[in-house]
Design a protein around this ligand. Structure first.
Ligand SMILES: [Zn+2]
Ligand SMILES: [Zn+2]
Length: 246
C-alpha cells in the first residue's frame, strides 16, 4: 500500500502546510484518513477527489476535519459525478452532532464504526483503540489484508502504555509528535522521547513523525526521537505530499 501525506501540522495550517490528513492507496482503493485544513487543495494535486472510495476520521477536532465540509460541496457540485455515487465517511458516534454532520444529502454518507469491532473497508481491516485525548479519539491499526502489511496511526494522544499493543510490529507507524522532549505540563500529544520509546517497545519497522508544531527544527525532532530508540528504526518527519510505500 502507498501512503501520501496531505497535511501534517497540529492545530492550524501554516506557511503552505496543512493539518492532519493522509491518503492511503491499495490496489486502486483510495482511503482518506482525517481531512484537516488544506487537505482538499493538497489532495487535488495528487488525485481526482471524486475518485476517493472512503474517508475515515479519528476524532472531531478541527485540525482533523476542517476540510470535510468543502469536500462535501466538492462532491455535491461536480455534476459529472455519477448520480448514485456518494462518499462514505466513517466516524465514531460518541459525538452525535459531529457524526450527523458527515451526512450531506446526495454527496456524502455518514457511517458509524464500532470501535470494539474490526472494520472491513475495501482492501483493509481496521482495528481501533481509544486514545488519551480531551475528546474521544481512536488510533487506527490498518492491515492490508492481501499482503499482511500494517500501518498504525496513533491519531492524537498523550502517551500511555496501551498504545504499545496497537502499534506492535507495524511496518509504518505515524505518531502524534507535537512536542519536543523537554515539554512540561499538561500534554495531550506525545513528545519526541515518548514517540521514540513507543516505536522501540512496539518493535515497529519505520516511524513517521507527524502532527508537528508549526515552527519546528525538523532535525531536532528526529534527533531527539532517535535518542529514545533502543534499536535502529528509520525515522523521518512528515512533509506535504511525502509518499511512502509500505
Ligand atoms: Zn490534532
Ligand atoms: Zn485532537
Amino acid at each position: 500500500m502507498k501512503l501520501t501525506v496531505l497535511g501534517y501540522l497540529g492545530g492550524y495550517p501554516s506557511h503552505g502546510g496543512g493539518t492532519s490528513s493522509y491518503l492511503l492507496e491499495s490496489n486502486g482503493f483510495k482511503l482518506l484518513i482525517d481531512f484537516g485544513s488544506g487537505a482538499l487543495l493538497s489532495l487535488e494535486k495528487v488525485t481526482d477527489p471524486l475518485t476517493i472510495d472512503a474517508m475515515i476520521l479519528t476524532h472531531y477536532h478541527n485540525d482533523h476535519i476542517a476540510d470535510v465540509g468543502v469536500m462535501q460541496y466538492y462532491w455535491q457540485l461536480h455534476a459529472e459525478r455519477p448520480k448514485e455515487a456518494v462518499l462514505p465517511i466513517y466516524g465514531h458516534r460518541e459525538d452525535i452532532q459531529h457524526f450527523d454532520s458527515l451526512e450531506w444529502s446526495g454527496a456524502t454518507q455518514k457511517v458509524a464504526y464500532k470501535p470494539e469491532e474490526k472494520l472491513n473497508l475495501g482492501p483493509y481491516q481496521i482495528t481501533f483503540m481509544k486514545t488519551h485525548h480531551p475528546v474521544t479519539a481512536y488510533a487506527l491499526r490498518i492491515l492490508e489484508i492481501k499482503t499482511g502489511k500494517i500501518l498504525v496511526f496513533t491519531a492524537d494522544s498523550a502517551y500511555f502504555d496501551g498504545l504499545i499493543d496497537i502499534c506492535q510490529d507495524a511496518d509504518l507507524l505515524i505518531t502524534d509528535t507535537n512536542f519536543f522532549a523537554n515539554k512540561v505540563g499538561q500534554k495531550w500529544h506525545m513528545t519526541t522521547f515518548e514517540t521514540g520509546r513507543l516505536a522501540s517497545q512496539a518493535n515497529v519497522k519505520r516511524l513517521l513523525l507527524s502532527h508537528l508544531p508549526e515552527i519546528a527544527d525538523q532535525d531536532r525532532l528526529v534527533q531527539e526521537t532517535i535518542q529514545a530508540l533502543n534499536k535502529p528504526i528509520q525515522v523521518q518527519t512528515a512533509k506535504t505530499r511525502l509518499a511512502i510505500e509500505i
